[in-house]
Design a protein around this ligand. Sequence first.
Ligand code: GAL
Length: 690
Amino acid sequence: MDDRWIRWPQQTTAGRDRLVGFGGDYNPEQWDESVWREDARLMVEAGVNLVTVGVFAWSALQPAPDRWEFGWLDRVMDLMADHGIAVDLATATASTPSWVTTLHPDVLAVDRFGHTMAQGGRQAWSPSSRVYRRLSLELVHRMAERYGSHPALALWHVSNELGGHNAHCYGEEAARAFRTWLRERYGDSIQRLNDAWQTLVWSQRYADWEEIQPPRATFTDPNPSQLLDFERFSSDQLRAQLRAEAAVLRRATPDIPITTNLILFDAGKRMAYSTWTDDLDIVSSDHYLQPVRDAHPEAEFSADRARGLADGRPWMLMETAPGQTSWRRVNPAKRSGQLRRDVFSYIARGSDTVCFFQWRAARAGAERFHSAMLPHGGPDTDAFRDVVALGRDLARCAELAGSVVEADCALVLSEESWWALERADHPHNGLSATETLLAWHRALTDLGATVDVVPPTADLGRYPLVVVPQLYLVDDADAERIAAVARDGGTVVIGSFSGIVDEFDHVRLGGYPGAFRDLLGLRVEQFWPLLDDETVVLDGLGTDGRARRWAEVIATEGARVEATLLDGDLAGGPAVTRMRHGETGSAWYVGAELDGDSLGALFRRILADQGLALPLVSSPALRVVTRVSTDGDRFHVLINHSGVDETVVADGTDLLDGSSHAGTVTVPAGAVRVLRGSLSREPLAAVTAG
Ligand code: GAL
């Protein structure tokens, strides 16, 4: 057996060659052992250097309460070590064996209608189950003891997509745990809870903790403050599982890094990941693109969020699909060149790893039609050849590993505000934080800016520009942190219906947007939700833009009007304002939901007005992101999403094809380049004209 250790993240291991991680979920327990040798051989052929093993292996490892079968996993670990492939070893706690739920039915999660989930799918356990906690930690302990010093072990993978299906449990044990959590939060004072939930509304007042339930199904919408606390509690319960598993692992193997794969889109909205990252040695993310043409802006958003959660450090793309998924209504295959462009969208934005679900396509089970690195057709397929080519590409980019992304600005995303906005009982119940966040992120990215997507608790002071697309709910501390950016000479841009409620979802009184009135120098007198077929023409942004869904009656109190509503009931009223702070500080307010063109025009003006370096502007279809190594090497990842060639002003060597460039670099239609060298942020036309 090869005794070399392969550690992740690679750059933390002194003296080792750099490496971009490449591989995927490997589920050998679903196959006859005779297949494993072929797996290992083809993994080597594809350049695979990292596999995640054991995610759903609990029932194979512990088929009965007192029976442990580690032999097969021993052989898999040895096989991987023999082939120089590192293992991201799952703790295998993601899905319980059926003996667990047969012996302990209370482990099963319950939905808000009181339906108990059944064994037979996956992740059916309640995050509040103490039996589950005990049994899962016993498994983790055995895994750590048995494999802690195995040469293939590179990284621990706690559970899998914690909360992906079972984030909210409404059963009796969860209710008890919720009460305990609330007692702690409210200092054991039922009066404080009644105040926080304003329980005199609709006669909900509680006299005793035992009366409190999780927000189970009700005829009307439940108490929003109760909902919010339940969401916080639910995220904390999952984090507690992460912490408990991590504690066992750290005791046994203090030198092995720990991750858990976060879901940075879709179901991941249910978790307050920004409160989890302290427990991780490296952030890893799963992202499955929506089945739409040109989905790359979503990949970019999710990657920028992973980097924001990682506080700028390199992170891991732990799962994505090499081709189609199988759980959406239509699951399109990737078009020619798309795999490469998608994968480099994550690499450009700070991932040091590209892993897929999964290595070998399943022949059975719910995911038998999900794409894999090795498809049903075997190695003699274009799909596998693309994977092999990708492995070669990533190997050529090894020196990129460990470098950090150079960002131009920050976009603030608050998980709690996201929860609070995207539920009922608002002036417009079609507002979508998701859509707003994506639209603002895309407008900046289309201009060439690189955007860190960060929680409000991040160090915002290090960015010259901070945009806050949607922050309906904000506490005083976060509001103050955002205001400080403008007061200290930076630029803040805040979107409509932000700063409206405090951390209990209580409206801030005295005029909207309570948390930001002074910062923005205005008062919103009246929300003006627009009907579905209504739009309002905007004036002052230099485009034929329109607002839809949302406008406001705004009275300025010091702010200058930068754009107005041109028609409709509010004609002549402000749509965009700007309040100056000191010599250079500015706080902009966008009091209507702008379309993409208007947002683009607005950000172009803001960047120019503030004297911020205008990022590279060639075509929005050409994405350019720069990563910088500790030695000062600059790597520019250029991805051309268009059907025409694009040229930029740059010198350097393309790591992918070894070509050298002086003066200009052309990125052919649909192609990717990773250029080590220098690159001008000016568009080619400007440089040649000058
Ligand atoms: C993820 C999950 C994987 C696999 C994949 C398919 O959410 O972690 O186990 O199911 O989706 O897209």
